[in-house]
Ligand binder design. Structure first.
Ligand SMILES: [Zn+2]
Length: 204
């Protein structure tokens, strides 16, 4: 059965065994554009990817299903070479430990997402990056654009254009990279992983 048929079955929940790991050539392939109107299968796949992220962030479900927590997932990580990504970035609790007013600062399935403009300034997460397809720590600053403008089509077929900065900008760039066969460690300076060029914004 083709992978997408299996993953979009009503009873299937995406889990860690559906996620391919580095070394698999699909992670180095340039993915195909999705065509419109979206097929039911592409819509369902997006929903399943988003459900995976929700499950992975729920401590009880994640423990039960053995999921690593994630804020983003790209279809190529499921061995499906299509330009589909899901991102789910929770807002932090307030200083008193109360839940945030808005649960998420970014929650979206994006079809054919593309960076159409970016800042001159670069940025990197202070703690580096991880990836559900990489079962090891790769230390170093993953140098990306600080701010990006991204165009994509949403699940309703509507064309969107959004501006992102900070953590959300990094997450979306990481996932779009997966649709272009790029891994996060490709952006780490090989000779000096923690090199800081002038103007690099370190995001804590
Ligand atoms: Zn990744």
């Amino acid at each position: 059965m083709p992978t997408i048929d299996k993953l979009t079955k009503p009873s299937h929940l995406i889990n860690m065994s559906d996620i391919i790991r580095e070394g698999n050539p699909t992670l180095r392939a340039v993915a195909e554009d999705v065509t419109f109107p979206l097929s039911d299968q592409d819509i369902i796949l997006g929903e399943k990817m988003m459900q995976f992220l929700k499950n992975s962030q729920d401590p009880v479900i994640a423990e039960k299903m053995g999921l690593r927590g994630g804020v983003g997932l790209a279809a190529p990580q499921l061995d499906i070479s299509k330009r589909i990504i899901a991102v789910l970035v929770p807002n932090p609790e307030d200083a008193d430990g109360n839940p945030p007013k808005e649960a998420y600062s970014l929650a979206e399935v994006m079809y054919n997402p593309k960076v159409v403009a970016h800042s001159v300034q670069d940025a990197a997460l202070a703690e580096g990056e991880g990836c559900l397809s990489v079962d090891r720590e790769v230390p170093g600053y993953v140098v990306r654009h600080s701010r990006v403008t991204v165009e994509y089509v949403d699940k309703n077929g509507e064309k969107k254009r959004i501006k992102l900065r900070g953590y959300n900008s990094i997450v979306v760039q990481h996932e779009i990279d997966h649709t272009n066969g790029i891994m996060f460690y490709d952006h780490i300076n090989k000779d000096n992983p923690f090199a800081v060029k002038e103007g690099l914004l370190i995001i804590e």
